[in-house]
Ligand binder design. Structure first.
Ligand SMILES: [Cu+2]
Length: 663
């Protein structure tokens, strides 16, 4: 049953009965809507103007330590001004945003949370505020059921091409509604443009930034909970982006990505066609730039040194913590530590020695257009999780790090048949109902928050539509024989491209490293034959599209029903489940592994709808096995798999016939 509260204080609202969750939802939407101007809701604006953050220090679980610090910085005029770009990779910007997060996460009740959010929204830099509020809503138990609006509607500049943003400004100025077409950057002369639909997809950008909010590198367990397997998750989410990008490339007759190397040119340049709301254009980078040291950030030599220390640790099978003690990584937990080290996060056992390879590389790569700060350019697209995947060098950088992770995974002993067997269980059939077929569709989103508001100038409808990949419905049909009484099983489904761009078949060992995770679920097997039908829409590794802010507002007006499925946006958009494929049908190896559900379970009561991406405060990742299991280790002899009755391997084709569903 939902808790009901009566808003009886304000006369106008005296008879209004609103559920607590709906009120919270409404508050958060109004806090984020029209972020560059005043709060649009009268009550909330009144709260912002009357709230005294230091008025009741008893409402903070840290006794008000964070809020007093933030207030002091505010009153001393130390905080970044409004109407200025914000980057999480800028230390000052990050510290300020995290100070606000620190305030919000320590609020003991919603009035304190929303009061502080409203108060500081009016005074702090908008980018810092949006970031702090998103992360606080994701992590605070107070906001557990709040659905965050799609970021591309809150800060559209980071997701939308400059040309379209300019058209939006003109539409507002002329007071003429407009619906503008977005295209992908560049021309057909750039082969990379063939896969721009992937890196520039607003859903992919949202997935990436949301993941980094769910698992922030700056997370400190003192905020209240531990982020389980954060380092391994870092590896896995980027590994999946890497293998997916290669599958998109093969779909478009391009070779897989080459890894980035510090002593070689960055082959592909990039012109972002993206502009900051405040701060000018995102810098471009021509082809074949050679890495240069970036003033005040890092020397390339230091990057090479840090890399070799990490590779040394992998070869030794241990890392050395900040006290000089060895931590064994030659086991299945090693990947988690290595992820913390490479990112690096606050969980890294020794940042002093192993540095922050990933985070520093993002800045170094992002600044190659102006490494010495001669031209006073704002940060590059790689310095924002919202925009990073737009630049093809993002995938080169991540291929480089993925190969370091692979070195570690390859150092572990391969699984034996005995490790993988599930006695009494065999897969007797595997097929797909429906065709694996992708298509493009136009997707429309509002740009109302991109343009400026002025007194007396009403809003007009302004939106853009952009082509995006989707797939037709299909269902996995899996027949499983169980010779024993009822038992719990884990079903894992993966696919990898069958051939490279030259038509040469991948070996099983090459293929399994490129495996795309399609689904993972628990199922109770009865004795005898179990015919399982698993719809593509049920995939536990994907999420549905979050409704637009307009729809969210409308749903609240209607009482707030039908929002629960959007509570977490962490995960790949479901429409991105399949790689594009092509007209001839891109061949994939589709594999299913059914393993012992009781042995795999990290928590009790697992079922077909268990979620994996967002497991909340004090959450434990439901699956005890390493990400990618059982394909995560090298396979010197593929007969180990082909002889397993609980493993099935078929070939499928993914088609794209050039269909484009227009608006
Ligand atoms: Cu990332």
């Amino acid at each position: 049953m939902r808790v009901l509260v009566v808003l009886g204080l304000v006369a106008a609202a005296a008879f209004q009965v609103v559920s607590a969750d709906v009120q919270k939802q409404k508050d958060v939407l109004f806090l984020l809507h029209k972020i560059y101007g005043d709060i649009q809701d009268g009550d909330l604006l009144a709260t912002a103007n009357s709230f005294d953050p230091a008025g009741n220090l008893g409402s903070y679980s840290d006794g008000g330590a964070a809020v007093q610090k933030l207030l002091k910085d505010l009153n001393d005029g130390k905080l970044l001004e409004q109407k200025h770009w914000f980057s999480l990779f800028n230390t000052r910007h990050r510290n300020e945003a995290l100070l606000l997060f620190d305030v919000l996460i320590h609020c003991k009740d919603w009035p304190a949370f929303v009061g502080n959010a409203a108060y500081f929204r009016q005074k702090m830099n908008e980018g810092e505020f949006v970031y702090a509020l998103y992360v606080a809503v994701i992590h605070s138990p107070l906001a557990e059921h709040v659905v965050l609006p799609p970021l591309y509607e809150i800060t559209p500049h980071l997701f939308t091409n400059s040309e379209v943003i300019e058209a939006a400004y003109r539409a507002k100025q002329k007071q003429t509604p407009g619906k503008f077409e977005s295209t992908f950057t560049g021309t057909k002369r750039n082969p990379e443009q063939r896969v721009a639909y992937f890196g520039e997809d607003i859903g992919l950008n949202t997935h990436h930034v949301t993941w980094h909010m769910e698992f922030p590198f700056w997370w400190d367990d003192a905020y209240g909970h531990h982020l389980d397997r954060k380092g391994e998750n870092f590896f896995w989410v980027h590994h999946q982006l890497t293998v997916r990008f290669d599958a998109e490339r093969l779909s478009n007759y391009l070779n897989p990505v080459d890894e980035l190397q510090w002593n070689k040119p960055i082959v592909d340049g990039f012109a972002p066609h993206t502009t900051y709301k405040y701060g000018g254009q995102f810098p471009a980078r021509p082809d074949n730039v050679r890495f240069e040291d970036v003033d005040d950030v890092a020397r390339i030599r230091d990057m090479v040194i840090v890399e070799s220390r990490i590779r040394d640790a992998i070869a030794h099978g241990y890392v050395i913590d900040s006290h000089g003690k060895q931590i064994d990584i030659s086991n299945e937990k090693g990947i988690d530590i290595l992820g913390d080290v490479i990112e690096s996060s606050l969980y890294s056992p020794n940042v002093q020695y192993y540095g922050a390879l990933h985070n520093t590389a993002h800045i170094v790569l992002g600044r190659q257009g102006d490494p010495h700060g001669k031209f006073d350019l704002p940060p590059g697209v790689l310095e924002h999780f919202e925009t990073a995947t737009r630049d093809p060098s993002f995938f080169r950088l991540h291929k480089y790090m993925d190969n370091i992770f692979k070195e570690h995974k390859d150092s572990l002993p391969p699984y034996t048949k005995a490790d993988l067997e599930f006695s009494g269980v065999s897969i007797s059939g595997l097929s797909i109902e429906g065709e694996l077929e992708t298509y493009f569709e136009d997707f429309e989103y509002s740009l109302i928050n991109a343009v400026d508001d002025a007194e007396g100038i009403p809003d007009v409808e302004i939106s853009t539509y952009v082509p995006r990949l989707n797939h037709k419905d299909f269902t996995f049909k899996i027949d499983i024989e169980n010779a024993d009484p009822d038992k719990l099983a884990t079903v894992r489904i993966f696919a990898w491209p069958h051939k490279d761009n030259n038509g040469i078949e991948f070996t099983f060992d090459e293929g399994r490293w490129n495996a795309i995770e399609l689904d993972k679920f628990w199922v109770s097997l009865k004795n005898g034959k179990n015919s399982i039908e698993r719809k593509c829409t049920e995939s536990s590794v994907t999420v549905p599209d979050v409704p637009s802010i307009e729809t969210l507002f409308a749903k609240i007006e209607a009482g707030g029903a039908g929002l629960s499925e959007f509570e977490s946006a962490t995960g790949l958009p479901n429409r991105f489940l399949l790689p594009k494929g092509n007209d001839r049908g891109l061949e994939f190896d589709l594999v299913v592994a059914v393993t012992n559900g009781d042995a795999d379970a990290a928590v009790p009561n697992l079922h077909q709808n268990t979620e994996y991406n967002h497991y909340g405060a004090n959450g434990v990742y439901p699956d005890k096995r390493p990400h990618g299991y059982p394909l995560d280790r090298r396979v010197p002899d593929e007969r180990v798999f082909e002889d397993l009755p609980n493993f099935k391997h078929i070939h499928v084709k993914v088609f794209n016939h050039g269909e484009h569903v227009q608006k």
